[in-house]
Design a protein around this ligand. Structure first.
Ligand code: MG
Length: 223
């Protein structure tokens, strides 16, 4: 875990994620699609490659899979225009934005719920020019059963809009990862599950789920 040299094209300085970017998924958790993209960050220390275990921390409650289409930034960009956005993307990669759902609900900010070690599984990046961008979709299986399957044309904010928007807040650097949100069908993982996020025609990332060893971490109380 925390291996930032997973792949030459996967050493992100930051992992920028988008929440509630598919209408049906926003609804299933009782939310609306936001009026502008909803962003959060995952730490690079959460990264794992395919085959490594997603570790369910003790005492956190429900831990969900979120299958997502992710993009690798290929060159530095800020104030990117939507029309040129794809020229800043080098690779496409399947990703699992693993989420401690109970903590996400209890915390105003999602750093903890989204940031545990092993909570960002990513596959092998495929160069953009080898990918049919119009046909991109994401499909998630748990123990072989399809749980999510949606085209990126269902996104509320498509990738060029996201790249442009993000680049007006923070400079995008080569290697940065953009996770574009998850479609309908999220659900809990339990130890010994196997979860696979596939982008058909691009690749897949499969990870087993295990309970992390150890007692629940101490919960400091305010003085
Ligand atoms: Mg997500």
């Amino acid at each position: 875990m925390g291996d930032n040299s997973l792949h030459p094209h996967l050493a992100p300085g930051k992992i920028v994620c988008v929440g509630r970017n598919y209408r049906a998924h926003a609804s299933e958790l009782g939310n609306d699609v936001p009026q502008e993209p909803l962003l959060f960050l995952k730490p690079p220390s959460s990264l794992i490659p395919g085959g490594e275990s997603i570790l369910q921390p003790p005492g956190v409650g429900r831990v969900d899979f979120e299958g997502e289409v992710a993009f690798v930034v290929g060159r530095r960009g800020r104030l990117i225009r939507e029309e040129e956005a794809w020229t800043f993307v080098s690779h496409v990669v399947p990703a699992n934005d693993v989420t401690a759902r109970d903590l996400q609900r209890s915390d105003a900010q999602w750093t903890r719920a989204k940031g545990f070690d092993t909570f960002c599984a990513v596959g092998t990046p495929v160069p953009l020019e080898q990918v049919d961008l119009d046909g991109l979709r994401v499909r998630t299986r748990v123990n072989g059963e399809i749980r999510q399957d949606a085209p990126i044309s269902d996104m509320a904010f498509p990738p060029p809009v996201l790249l442009s928007y993000i680049s007006r807040i923070m400079t995008l650097e080569p290697g940065d990862l953009i996770l574009t949100g998850t479609p309908e069908g999220v659900g809990p993982l339990v130890p010994w599950d196997e979860v696979e996020v596939e982008i058909p025609g691009v690749g897949a990332v499969m990870n087993p789920v295990r309970a992390a060893p150890g007692a629940p971490w101490p919960r400091p109380r305010p003085r």
